[in-house]
Ligand binder design. Structure first.
Ligand code: BG6
Length: 478
């Protein structure tokens, strides 16, 4: 008998901007993902001043799911998927973000997509904002620095909840809302909050906290509205969970670790509990940040707590006390150190399956809410062999170890886990680097970093492995 529930939501996850392409089709507007150039392994992406000629914007075509979705969903159904997580591109629904009326062609695209999933009994799990706010909102309002963006987001969310009532039950508001918390760099600030800034702007951290507060209000308002429209809606947060370990058993390292956790996870505290924790108020006082939040905003936070906790898990980080750091103020780029116990991926991401069990336990202890692992996977350089096959045993090994740890958390620690969506069942554009050759999929897409290839799809070795895993409800991992 399986340790997982019978209706466990096995599946995979992607995001609209990384898979769809069709950036100008069906009346879609320009999103912030459309102005991000391709970077590389260790080479950051650039954010350009609008869409400029001669630049390479990998999200414009991505995997062309916009035209291939039927074929792709059929392949996922062949693997036995019970759920598929994707996002709605805000710019397909409200091309500028502040439009009066929604765009019918965009709404229809997702109606067709959700119908296609239901044809195979695949449950859609939908994120409303996955790193792609309308570019117009960034230009005109500086994104979530402006309180009006809360209303724009809630209007967009309402449109989606009303339109897809009965078709979508599992929602999430903002993808990895907490990434900016420990690293207020331009990349995170534009992805998560549509703030047009540069890495050397000394005001980044204050702006990041201000816009994060408004995003949290927008998220809470959306949760409240979503419940009003359909009380059976399950609406979650989405957190990038990276357990932060202390580098040694020096008690000071544990204090540093605690402070580091505050910075990454205060978002989850607010979304699950409905109020801002004292430690954040203290930090903002210490830093002299005068942040705006009205009584109505505070009330909204209280009334919009989430039903479940969605989180991504790729890696853990290890923290050490920096010099001249009397308050143990953590900054991800300065205070993380190598963990000698862990191997790393080709992109330097520490591989730590036990950390997933640890994450499940900690989140369960803190909030006692249902959880869903909505991303977990390995980005790797795959080689297509002469016969067209891809032997991605390393991907199978990675996923196997993580699924095993996940099952232990269920069997031994009793965590309430709703599902597991691996990232990403089909090759798509990398969010951090913009590469296509950083592949995660069970399904190979014939395209490379230069954009060459006919976009044809084929099954990797891991495709057959995952099919077996789902069919046995996680029992057959070898
Ligand atoms: C998560 C994001 O951070 O990690 C995804 O939610 C992203 O959008 C995934 O694709 C993997 O990261 P990357 O940079 O390898 O694509």
């Amino acid at each position: 008998m399986s340790v997982l529930r019978d209706d466990f939501l096995w599946g995979g996850a992607v995001a609209a901007h990384q898979i769809e392409g069709g950036w100008q089709e069906g009346g879609k507007g320009i999103s912030i993902a459309d102005v991000m150039t391709a970077g590389g392994n260790g080479i950051p992406r650039r954010i350009t001043d609008g869409v400029l000629p001669g630049e390479n914007y990998p999200n414009h075509e991505a995997s062309d799911f916009y035209h291939h979705y039927k074929e792709d969903i059929a392949l996922m159904a062949e693997m036995g998927f019970r759920s598929f997580r994707t996002s709605i591109a805000w710019t397909r629904i409200y091309p500028n973000g502040d439009d009066q009326e929604p765009n019918e062609a965009g709404l229809q695209f997702y109606d067709d997509l959700f119908d296609e999933l239901h044809k195979y009994n695949i449950e859609p799990v939908i994120t409303l904002q996955h790193f792609e706010m309308p570019y117009h909102l960034a230009r005109k309002y500086n994104g979530f620095m402006d309180h009006r963006c809360i209303d724009f987001f809630v209007k967009y969310a309402r449109t989606c909840f009303e339109r897809y009532k009965g078709k979508v039950h599992y929602w999430m508001t903002f993808n990895e809302i907490n990434n900016q918390g420990a690293d207020p760099c331009a990349h995170h600030m534009i992805q998560e909050g549509a703030i047009l800034t540069t890495d050397d702007n000394p005001d980044n951290e204050r702006m990041m906290y201000q816009s994060s507060l408004y995003e949290l209000v927008a998220s809470a308002e959306a949760v409240r509205v979503g419940h009003e429209i359909d009380p059976s809606n399950q609406i979650g947060c989405m957190i990038a969970y990276e357990p932060l370990y202390a580098a040694d058993c020096n008690p000071e390292s544990y204090i540093e670790m605690t402070e580091a956790n505050h910075k990454r996870y205060w978002y989850m505290d607010v979304q699950c509990r409905g109020f801002i924790p004292n430690y954040m108020y203290k930090y903002w006082d210490r830093m002299g940040f005068d942040l705006k939040l009205s009584d109505a905003d505070i009330k909204a936070l209280k009334e919009g707590t989430v039903d479940y906790i969605g989180f991504s898990y790729y890696m853990s980080q290890t923290v050490a006390k920096g010099e001249n750091n009397p308050h143990f103020n953590f900054y991800e780029r300065k205070n993380t150190v190598n963990n000698p116990f862990l191997k790393k991926s080709d992109w330097g991401w520490p591989i730590d399956p036990e950390g997933l069990r640890y994450a499940l336990c900690v989140i369960d202890e803190r909030y006692n809410k249902p959880m869903m692992i909505v991303e977990n996977g390995l980005g790797a350089y795959d080689q297509k062999l002469a016969d067209g096959s891809v032997d991605d045993t390393y991907r199978i090994d990675y996923l196997k170890a993580h699924i095993k740890a996940m099952k232990e958390a269920v069997a031994e620690d009793g965590v309430n886990l709703l599902g597991y969506q691996m990232w990403a069942p089909i090759d798509i554009v990398s969010a951090s680097s913009g590469e296509f050759d950083k592949r995660y999929g069970f399904i190979y897409v014939n395209k490379n970093n230069k954009g060459e290839g006919d976009l044809s799809r084929s099954r990797k070795k891991s495709f057959y492995w995952y099919k077996k895993v789902i069919a046995s409800n996680g029992e057959e991992l070898d």
